[in-house]
Design a protein around this ligand. Structure first.
Ligand code: ACO
Length: 402
């Protein structure tokens, strides 16, 4: 309702760019995206190769340090992370005070904030401290995440098991109980490795930009990452995977035909969208969705707790959308969230935990971006401008005259 050109004239050289849709805020050597071609690379390595051949810890090292680790470097990194998986007993006790059924995302954020308080010896900007804080976060965030889940279901927490891999240990802490050991399934472990790798970084998305903006004030790594967790919590960002599953459940429960559903989302007056479709940057198939789709089939078919019916609906929706001129003309393809929720549910996670799993995956990206920014001599505090649309100057009015 206001005249943009008039407002622009007031601001001189300031660029008016709501949502930073057209603004690059930094130079970065971490992640490359070509949205038209559907390409995603970490440090130059295609996501397809990393998903097939790497592990989450190895990819984290790559994202953090810029190169694939040698055998010794990976062993050293793995050991440093493993050594820090236990959290201080007082932080563990803290989980008992949150209400039962608290959403695990704010609990995760509180846990990361508390971790900063308990890690004062690693707070600072010299390389050793930054590395120590990096190891602690990589080690302890999955522990805090598993505890946030246990808290949400009112179950006691388990201590980490050093004999297991990073992903195995997280699955065990989430699903194991004191009296019943968790039986690891190779296919589930591999799928979780892949899902975490696919989420490891995605350049200047909302939560990563938040980590950079908070860190640009020279706020320490823990508090910057905790802010990233809060940004990810929002349904327009990390929460979309949950919305896809709710949509599939709704279609299944109400017995709506896929054709009718697609017609409904095309009708703007319905105000509904095909969740898990479309992306600000990708105008082609999201390369992460293509990889996840393959794993969804392996995990969901012929498995207790799997859900073939919802997968069938998802596949039918995709087929119907991709052959429909509405989606073709607007270049709307499945994004990363379209198939992830189906796999998470088949693994046994409730919808509330989906965004927490995203956070564990995105952690190396947040840390790497903070490290890159802190060491960049060109770094400045983030401080956007605005276009003022309020009152012009006026005199104070006494209380009895208002
Ligand atoms: N279903 C139906 N129509 C859609 C969809 C969709 N999922 N996505 C976009 N459109 C239509 C819009 O109505 C618009 O049509 P119009 O040109 O006739 O007005 C056109 O496609 C362009 O859409 P915009 O909203 O302008 O695109 P934008 O880049 O701003 O939004 C977004 C991208 C938010 C991802 C959008 O596609 C969407 O809402 N998708 C569904 C939610 C979702 O899956 N989010 C997860 C994103 S991935 C992530 O964050 C991890």
């Amino acid at each position: 309702g206001y005249d943009i050109s008039k407002l622009m004239a007031q601001t001189g050289d300031t660029t008016f760019d709501i949502g930073f849709a057209n603004t690059a805020v930094c130079k970065s050597a971490i992640t490359y995206i070509d949205g038209d071609a559907g390409v995603l690379q970490y440090r130059g390595y295609p996501i397809e190769q990393l998903a097939e051949k790497s592990t989450f810890l190895e990819t984290s090292y790559l994202v953090l340090y810029g190169e694939l680790p040698t055998k010794e470097q990976l062993e050293d990194f793995t050991e440093k992370v493993a050594n820090h998986m236990v959290i201080d007993e007082r932080i563990r006790e803290m989980f008992r005070i949150f209400p039962r059924r608290s959403h695990p995302m704010p609990v995760l954020s509180a846990g990361v904030t508390a971790l900063g308080l308990f890690s004062q010896d690693t707070i600072g900007f010299d390389d050793d401290r930054i590395d120590a804080a990096t190891h602690r976060l990589m080690a302890k965030v999955p522990t805090i995440a598993a505890y946030s889940y246990k808290n949400s279901i009112g179950m006691p927490t388990l201590y980490p098991d050093y004999s297991l891999s990073y992903v195995e240990n997280f699955l065990r802490m989430s699903f194991g109980t004191v009296s019943q050991p968790y039986e690891l399934d190779d296919e589930v472990v591999k799928a979780m490795e892949v899902l975490l790798i696919l989420h490891a970084d995605h350049e200047q998305n909302c939560s990563t930009s938040t980590v950079r903006l908070v860190g640009s004030a020279q706020t320490n790594l823990y508090q910057s990452v905790s802010s990233g967790v809060n940004a990810l919590y929002g349904p327009l960002h990390g929460g979309a995977n949950q919305a896809v599953l709710e949509m599939l459940d709704d279609i299944a429960d109400r017995g709506i035909s896929v054709k009718d559903y697609v017609n409904k989302v095309k009708d703007k007056s319905s105000n509904e969208r095909l969740m898990g479709f479309g992306h600000r940057v990708y105008k082609n198939y999201d390369p992460r969705a293509a990889i996840i789709k393959k794993h969804a089939d392996a995990i969901l078919r012929n498995r207790a707790g799997g859900n073939d019916r919802l997968l069938d609906i998802a596949l039918e929706l995709e087929e119907a959308a991709l052959s429909d001129p509405y989606f073709v003309e607007r270049k709307l393809y499945p994004n990363v969230d379209f198939y992830t929720g189906l796999i998470y549910r088949a693994m046994g996670f409730p919808t509330d935990m989906f965004t927490v799993l995203f956070a564990i995956g995105r952690l190396p990206g947040w840390i790497a971006q903070w490290r890159e920014m802190i060491k960049d001599p060109a770094n400045k505090i983030g401080r956007p401008r605005q276009i003022y649309i309020g009152h012009t100057e006026r005199d104070y009015v006494a209380m009895d005259a208002r």
